[in-house]
Structure formats: C-alpha cells, structure tokens
Design a protein around this ligand. Structure first.
Ligand code: XMP
Length: 513
C-alpha cells in the first residue's frame, strides 16, 4: 500500500473517529482499528504513525485493555492520548495512579515549546481534560513536556524512540491549539507529506468494493438523500450494472421528492444505473396506522423498508450484497459502539434480524457528513444534490408526532415546502445545517374568517451544526418567520398555529422522534 496512512488504535474512547477525522484534515489517510490489532497486521499496513485513543478503564485495573509492549519497538512514531498516554507510560515502566484531583473540561496547560508536539503552540494553552487517573511519573527515558497545577505529566516524549503522549484531548475543539499539535505529530514527527485527498478515499473504496463484490449482484437502498446518493454513485462506479438501485417511495418523503429522485437516478438521469422505483405508500401507511411510539415507528418503517428490498431482490434473483449509506454519526447514535441508544437509526439499529442478503456494505461508515459531501463532489455528483440537507431514513414518519396518516403527511409536506421555499428566497438556507417543518400532535383553537378553528400546530425547526451530533437552534430573522407563518396558516388546510423550536441538541435531538 503506497498511500501514507496513520492508524488509530481504539482503546474504547469517545472520540476515536474524531481523531481519525482530524488526521484526515491534515490530508493524511487514517483508519481506526481495535487496540489489539496484531503486529503482523500493523506491519502489513506500513503506517507512518500510530495514535492510541482514550478509553474508560484504568491501566492498572483488572479491566485494563492493553496492547503488547512490542509495538513500541516497531520504529513507528506513536502518540498516546489520555488513556492511551497512560497505557504507554504504564507499559514502559512509568507510574499511573488515581489522581488526587480529577480534571475535567477546559484546563490551562503549561507546555514546553521546545517539545516536538508543541512547536508553534502558546506556552500556556487551553486543553480539554477528562481524566481521573494520571501519570504520576513518566518512564525513565521520557521527558515531561507539559503540566498543570494538579497534573505533573500532562505530556511527555521520548523522541529517540518516536514516542509521544498527551493527557488531554487534542482532537476536540475545546483544545484550542489541538490541530497544531496533531499536525506536528502527523506531518513533522511521522513525516507524512499530507497529500491525501478525499478522491483517494473514493478510489480506495471503489477498489475495496470491487474486491469484495467480485461478480456478485448488489442492491442499493437509495433514498435520494446525500448519504445514499453518494453510496449509490460510489457503487455504480465500482461495479456498474451489477448494481441495482431500489428507491422505495414510502410516502414519507418531502413534497415532490419521489419524482426528483427519479429524475436524477432514473433512466433520464446522468447515471448509468439499474433503477427501480417502488411506490409503497399505502403499504407503509397501513403498517403505521395506530402506531404512536417513536421507536416502534422507526423500527417498523426500517423493517418494512427491508421487506420491500428483499422482495425486489428476489425478483432480481441471487442478490449477494446490500449497500447502505450509513455514516458515522448514525453508527454511534444507534448505540452500536459503547454509547447509549438515542434512536434506532434507520438502516442501522432498525435492521430486522433475518436479512436475506449475504452481507451489508456500508462504504461511508467511517465518514462524517461533511466528509461524505466532499466524497460526493469528488465523484462528480451535482452540487445541489451534494449540499442537500440531510433527510432521515424514516422520513416524515419522525416529523409527524404520534400516528402517521396520509392527511398528516400532506400537511407536513406542504408546510415544509413553504418553509424551504421562503428560506431559500431570503437567502439563508445555505447557512443552516438543517431546517424543516414538523407536525405536532397538538390541536388548538383559532379563529379564521370569523369562524372557530380547531386545527394542528406546525413546528418549524432550523439548526446550525457541522457534525449533526450537536446543534444550536438558528436565530432566524423574525420577518422571515412571519412570512412563513402567514403562508402556512393561509395555504395549508388543517393548520392554524405555527411554533418555532428554540431547543439545541443536546438536550433535544434534531428530529422530533
Ligand atoms: P437527531 O434527530 O438524532 O439527528 O439529532 C441527527 C441527524 O441524523 C438524521 N437522522 C437520520 N438519518 N436515518 C438517517 O439516515 C435515521 O433514522 C435518522 N434519524 C435522524 C437527522 O435528520 C439529523 O441530520
């Protein structure tokens, strides 16, 4: 493998993919692997550097997860972060113990600017700490390169052996000069050129998909959203007509979306795909009748989706692989890693147990949303599709609180269409991470044309976010909200009230269910 690679060894921390992403931001390819990846595998990858992540355990406890010491003799530079720093210290003869004072949050760290990792960093710099253990004394041949009033070894190095460690998290934004430190590690210490780009990801993934699929048939679950569109085009480039894209119109799409998707991916569009549109609206509405619990709705829509795919697959015959556009935030929020389940994301936690395919391919599983868009641009997907705001797999099903009916779908589609149209007219749509109308389950009394009304309230949501894992409610201009409100109550039958959601994520989520 000629491409320069840095590997992240996962010791169970929260920010593992974020570290990988930061390395990719230095234009160096990066992958996450388990902490106990064998030395042979590491050698075969020939990485330019290795990063140990944080983790929840104590290196001296019985639940400690540790790699073998031999890794330090490979001659590959290693950076230990948080637990990873402690693991390095512990394995090499330093002393790790419970800190008398745990540090959590933004902390001023005093660094030795002559240390390789701190080149160009201020002498006192704010770093994100999150630890209850600390390195009390560094291993013999190490030099301490940073400390805080309560943490004697906030960083250490042994440049002769290419070993570096930091107690804090350089990968999170709260570590103000964290990117400078990571860049120093990746570019100066590991000696990477930093010439990797997203097109290399695209190329490698295309090749990996080809190797995996061979002559097999592939079915892609195309929703028309950014993720599944990028996955579909990636797969089309990899295996051409071995791929069939099935687009299920579950009747929970935005207004006119079904036709728009067909216009792009269907026979009249620019891509040479096998494209099947399944109009399954009635089937979904029937399944959803009387169902009000959000997780049950999500699971049901996800399951029905898979059933429709299975049926299509049977018609095509011998389909070996199912492709999905799952991206990294879907993976963590569905609780597949160690975190708690927030929502069963469609196509991840929502999968039924008995899926009729040999294997599922998720080529974007390691990427964040903005990285997916970058990959999409590299693939030549038109900008209006790539920069499209995300749309959840269960669609309007999670934007209609309570029971879903065809009538409620119509209401939310029309309100959402007006909202999107007005935000675009006002020229503020591009600044927002995501914005949509949802239908609350609340009806209230109003008065229209001297008549009493008892109708639904539509909730408008707009958030600023770059990674969709946290978000802030956007401060939309009041004049725009006024126009949208007037248009919705006047033009959408069944609505007499419009509310704006001011909640961030956390504590709310972006979608309502
Ligand atoms: P939440 O509501 O969890 O949403 O804050 C975070 C981001 O994920 C999108 N989302 C989904 N995407 N399948 C998807 O592909 C899903 O089931 C799903 N649920 C939420 C949501 O629109 C937001 O961008």
């Amino acid at each position: 493998m000629k491409r320069e690679t840095v590997i992240v060894l996962d010791f169970g921390g929260q920010y593992n993919q974020l570290i990988a992403r930061r390395v990719r931001e230095c234009n160096v390819y990066c992958e996450v692997h388990p902490y106990n990846l064998s030395l042979e595998k590491i050698r075969a990858m020939n990485p330019k550097g290795i990063i140990f992540t944080g983790g929840p355990n104590s290196v001296y406890g019985k639940d400690a997860v540790l790699c073998g010491k031999e890794i330090f003799d490979l001659g590959i530079p290693i950076l230990g972060i948080c637990y990873g720093a402690q693991a390095m210290a512990h394995l090499l003869g330093g002393r790790v113990t419970t800190a008398p004072v745990s540090e959590y949050g933004k902390t001023e760290v005093e660094v030795d600017r002559s240390a390789a990792i701190f080149a160009g960093v201020s002498e006192k710099t704010i770093c994100w700490m999150s630890h209850t253990d600390y390195i009390e004394s560094a291993p013999e041949d190490f030099r301490v390169t940073a400390h805080t009033p309560v943490c004697p070894v906030a960083a250490m190095e042994c440049p002769e052996r290419g070993l570096y460690a930091v107690q804090f998290h350089p990968e999170v934004m709260h570590t103000v000069e964290g990117m400078t430190m990571l860049r120093s590690f990746v570019l100066n210490i590991c000696g990477c050129k930093g010439d990797w780009k997203m097109d290399s990801f695209v190329e490698t993934t295309i090749q990996a998909v080809r190797d995996k699929v061979g002559n097999g048939k592939v079915l892609c679950a195309l929703s028309g959203g950014v993720d599944s569109s990028v996955a579909a085009v990636l797969l089309a480039k990899a295996v051409g007509k071995q791929l069939t894209c099935v687009f299920v119109d579950h009747g929970l799409l935005r207004k006119n979306e079904g036709d728009e998707v067909e216009a792009v991916f269907g026979p009249a569009g620019p891509y040479d795909l096998n494209f099947i549109r399944v109009n399954a609206q009635e089937r979904f509405y029937q399944k959803l009748a009387g169902i009000t619990e959000p997780e049950q709705k999500r699971k049901l829509i996800g399951e029905e989706f898979i059933r429709v795919f299975e049926e299509e697959a049977k018609k095509i015959g011998a389909v070996d692989f199912l492709v999905q556009g799952t991206i990294y935030p879907d993976v963590i929020e569905s609780g597949l890693e160690k975190s708690a389940v927030i929502k069963s994301h469609h196509n991840v936690g929502g999968l039924p147990d008995c899926v009729d395919f040999k294997e599922i391919i998720e080529p974007l599983r390691m990427l964040f949303k903005d990285e997916v868009r970058k990959a999409g641009r590299e693939l030549g997907i038109p900008e209006h599709l790539v920069s499209r705001q995300p749309f959840p797999g269960p669609g309007l099903g999670v934007r209609i609180i309570g029971e879903v009916t065809a009538e409620k779908v119509r209401i939310v589609q029309d309100a959402d269409y007006i909202y999107r149209e007005e935000l675009a007219k006002a020229g503020i749509d591009k600044e927002l991470g995501q914005y949509f109308a949802a239908l609350t389950n609340m009806r209230s009394v109003g008065v229209m044309g001297d008549e009493r009304t008892y109708d639904y309230a539509v909730a408008l949501r707009a958030v600023s976010t770059s990674d969709f894992m946290t978000a802030e409610a956007a401060q939309l201009p009041w004049e725009v909200l006024e126009i949208v409100t007037n248009r919705i109550v006047n033009e959408v039958k069944g609505v007499n009230r419009v509310l704006y959601d001011c909640t961030g994520k956390p504590p709310a989520t972006i979608e309502f269910e």
